[in-house]
Design a binder for this molecule. Structure first.
Ligand SMILES: [Zn+2]
Length: 455
């Protein structure tokens, strides 16, 4: 009997008496669970009794009546676009993009607006349990500074496109910007720089190949919107004689460092290509439904062994960043679309939003599950709510009953960023004023351009 003589390990924080959904390989769910956190990482996971016998901490959080899940992972978004929330709705994708979004972005994408939009997005993501996101936009240096300051985790994928971008007149200059970003942020604990090629129809083959070569040189993640619409599928088929995904395969783009965003229009061969090359898919069900793009063949992709994560896309086409809401939509969409209520179980939906997303982003060694040694990125939800009772199956409760608004505390890298639903590193009042001032200018300019959506 070692008993009281055994020295307890000193950690920074102990969380006790929670229901812990680990999403580890065994899908362990721990009732009356505890988590020990030291520095930025998880030092122990077990029952409250096991944890309290092994660890001692300066700070203890009694999480009775709470649920702890791994911080959620948004595999595709455009954070700065929060300033366009509700700006142009109820339109077809091509008209929405070319006649509303592109003209207004050309005028309003600047460092100041990118910072404000990013702050608003991060506030919304944290308050609904998201702790990691993969972003595709411009001015990633501005975004990186905001991410660093607020403390969330992000892959910031600077976008390459074949027309003058706000911060790079040509694609080649865009690639130079990315290379500098990579060096500037290398080794940062929360920020990783990625490369994004907008789409196969806005990025020509030679630029696509150069962008991928740059990503490969530094081991950066490479994100591309692929086969989002029927229009894109037909256009690429006509120009290159291949589906959008096969076209990228022909260019040598497909590998495990690529994220294929949307991937709605895939052939049987395309699904095999994704699986064979280890390409992850960022599935954005609400955006695909809102723009009536279609239902991505997610059940067939999962069947083929393709890694799938969930994304919100930008809020201009969603219009929120609540991932719990998004996984409910995902489950419903595929059940409805396939006439089969057994596709995408509740546990699979939670897996897609956590460890699945981490695998898509190549970050599953760091985040996505609650395991010793992983970073302490956690969402703690309040279960003392009518819609959280009774509890038969915790995965069912998360996907079909809970909301992002049930999130009470959030930790990223071992630090509280949300406590009792209060953001600790962002001033929301000031942020709302700033965003409303920007929106007023957007509205005025859109009226001038004649692109204010009057539907
Ligand atoms: Zn997108």
């Amino acid at each position: 009997m070692k008993g009281k003589t055994q020295q307890k390990q000193q950690v920074d924080l102990l969380i006790s008496h929670a229901l812990v959904v680990t999403m580890d390989k065994a899908f362990r769910v721990i009732e009356d669970g505890g988590i020990a956190i030291k520095d930025d990482a998880i030092a122990g996971v077990g029952t409250t009794q096991e944890i309290s016998m092994t660890f001692d901490a300066r700070e203890v959080l009694d999480a009775k009546g709470k649920l702890i899940i791994p911080g959620l992972i948004n595999t595709h978004t455009h954070s700065p676009m929060t300033i366009y929330r509700g700006f142009a709705d109820d339109l077809p994708l091509k008209e929405w993009l070319y006649e509303h979004v592109f003209p207004i972005e050309a005028h309003f994408t600047n460092p100041e607006n990118v910072r404000a939009g990013t702050r608003l997005a991060i506030a919304e993501m944290l308050l609904s349990g998201t702790t990691t996101f993969n972003d595709m936009y411009y001015y990633m240096d501005e975004m990186a500074r905001v991410v660093d300051q607020v403390g969330i985790r992000a892959i910031l994928s600077e976008a390459v496109i074949n027309f003058p971008a706000p911060n790079a007149p040509t694609p080649d200059e865009g690639l130079t910007v990315i290379e500098k970003l990579y060096h500037d942020w290398q080794g940062h604990p929360l920020v990783r720089i990625g490369v994004a090629a907008h789409t196969p129809y806005t990025v020509p083959p030679e630029v696509m190949k150069k962008a991928k070569a740059l990503a490969d040189r530094y081991g950066m993640l490479f994100s591309v919107h692929v086969a989002e619409s029927r229009w894109e599928f037909d256009k690429i088929m006509k120009e290159y004689g291949a589906s959008p995904l096969k076209h990228l395969h022909n260019l040598g783009i497909l590998d495990k460092n690529m994220v294929s965003v949307h991937s709605v229009f895939l052939t049987d061969e395309d699904i095999q290509l994704l699986a064979q090359n280890g390409v992850g898919v960022a599935h954005n069900p609400q955006c695909n439904m809102k723009l009536a793009s279609g239902a991505a063949r997610i059940p067939e992709m999962l069947e083929a062994g393709v890694e799938v994560g969930i994304g919100t896309d930008g809020v201009a086409s969603n219009n929120d960043l609540d991932l719990i809401d998004e996984i409910r939509t995902m489950a419903f969409l595929h059940k409805f679309n396939s006439n089969d209520p057994t596709v995408i179980s509740a546990r699979k939906a939670v897996e897609i939003a956590t460890i699945g997303g981490a695998r898509v982003l190549g970050m599953d060694h760091l985040v996505g599950s609650i395991e010793v040694g992983k970073k302490a990125d956690l969402a703690i939800l309040d279960m003392e709510k009518p819609h959280a009772h009774p509890l038969y199956n915790i995965y069912s409760l998360i996907v079909y009953s809970l909301h992002g608004a049930d999130v009470e505390h959030v930790l990223v890298n071992g630090k509280f960023l949300v406590k009792n639903r209060q953001l600790l590193t962002l001033d929301l009042g000031r942020l709302y004023d700033k965003v409303e001032r920007i929106a007023k200018k957007v509205r005025e300019h859109a009226r001038l351009l004649g692109v204010l959506n009057s539907h």
